[in-house]
Design a protein around this ligand. Structure first.
Ligand code: PLP
Length: 379
């Protein structure tokens, strides 16, 4: 049987053993955490243990943790909650994930989109210019690390600028939690969000951590769960799995980031040896240790992706497929990457179960794909 090499952790990580055990334990003892009977009380205890643990991991108070179904819902909740509490203007970096980028622009028709430089990092001068024009309460959304390029953003610096001008900051830390120090207070974020399945938890759980006093009026109504901030019965097994995955990833963070950087660097050097014209996006900028976003000029990402998949190697392309059309990545275009190059962007991302064999399988497949492309060009 063909060995599969999974190199797409930024899309979703395989379930960690600790998360699986926590999920199963919570699923076996099913009960609604809002019920007053014994099963409910036990589910409630599991939920509150998970809350304590997630709060500790994110540098927040348990009371400030709101569990959601994932990062997308956490982002919507933060944006809508801040808007309902009187935030009058939204601004997003040009490289935010669509769950923030599109939702903020739908909420605020004059939402500002702040540029990034060629390395994919927020232009702080543009932020300064933006805040100088604000007379009303505003919110800036800035991710901690970009999902495509891995470029790390100057969140603490942006937070200072934003707070000095009376604004608030929402930080999407989905790709950073477990990989970089990602604590609410240290980042200077008023809202921070993360997703269980990116950490090696089960899909179906995310978290919004809010600094005490951050503007928030509940935008949705229902059963009063999560202190009235997010209605709907909590997905206790997925939340327990997220808490277990977060603890495991924080425990291993330092050693894993060294190990994954070595894998990533090995991949980068071997690709460079294969193709000296290799283009690395966000090269030379602080990047997540696990992520490599690159292009081999002349090789379209969709072609490479299919050939890699046939060879059992799973990666992502920078381009997004929607309604049958491949569109170049908005984040890469915002970095002034030419559309043609953006359509060649591939991303590999490693994680807790990645091995040297995965990296070798990826490199062997890329060598074969590149040789075939060269043959076709020569024919
Ligand atoms: N934010 C970032 C940076 C992401 O990479 C993703 C997922 O790809 C999301 C948000 C959305 O996460 P979820 O799938 O938990 O809704």
């Amino acid at each position: 049987m063909m060995r599969l090499a999974y190199c797409d952790y930024n899309a979703g990580a395989p379930l960690r053993p600790q998360a699986k055990a926590a999920w199963l334990d919570a699923a076996r003892g099913w009960g609604n955490p809002s019920s007053v009977h014994d099963a409910g009380r036990r589910a409630h205890a599991r939920l509150e243990n998970a809350r304590e643990s997630v709060a500790k991991g994110l540098g927040a108070r348990a009371a400030d943790i709101v569990f959601t179904s994932g990062a997308t819902e956490a982002a919507h909740l933060a944006l809508e909650g801040a808007w309902a509490a009187g935030i009058k203007r939204l601004a997003v970096s040009a490289i935010e994930h669509d769950c923030i980028y599109a939702h903020a622009r739908a909420l605020d028709k004059s939402c500002a989109v702040l540029p990034v430089d060629a390395g994919g990092v927020l232009d702080l001068h543009a932020l300064l210019m933006f805040v100088q024009r604000q007379e009303q309460p505003f919110l800036l959304a800035l991710m901690q690390a970009n999902n495509e390029t891995g470029a790390i953003q100057p969140v603490a610096e942006a937070s200072e600028i934003v707070h000095r001008a009376g604004g608030v900051l929402l930080c999407d830390a989905c790709q950073a939690v477990g990989r970089l120090p990602a604590r609410l207070g240290d980042l200077g974020a008023d809202y921070l969000l993360a997703s269980g399945h990116k950490l090696g938890g089960a899909p179906g759980a995310g978290v919004l951590a809010m600094l005490c006093g951050a503007p928030f009026a509940p935008p949705r109504f229902g059963g009063g769960q999560e202190r009235g901030r997010r209605p709907g019965t909590e997905n206790v097994p997925a939340i327990a799995a997220m808490a277990a995955a977060l603890s495991a990833s924080l425990h291993e963070r330092a050693s894993e980031s060294q190990r994954l950087a070595a894998l990533r660097d090995a991949a980068e050097s071997a690709l460079r040896a294969l193709r000296p014209d290799l283009v690395i996006f966000a090269e030379g900028r602080p990047r997540l240790a696990n992520t490599l976003c690159f292009a081999l000029p002349g090789l379209r990402a969709e072609t490479a992706l299919i050939r890699l998949d046939l060879a059992g190697v799973q990666v992502s392309s920078g381009a997004a497929c929607s309604s049958g059309k491949v569109r170049a990545s908005r984040a890469l275009l915002a970095m002034s990457v030419a559309e043609e190059r953006a359509n060649e962007a591939l991303r590999i991302s490693f994680g807790w179960a990645s091995t040297a064999q995965d990296c070798e399988a990826f490199l062997a497949a890329m060598a074969a794909i590149s040789a075939r492309a060269a043959q076709l060009q020569g024919a």
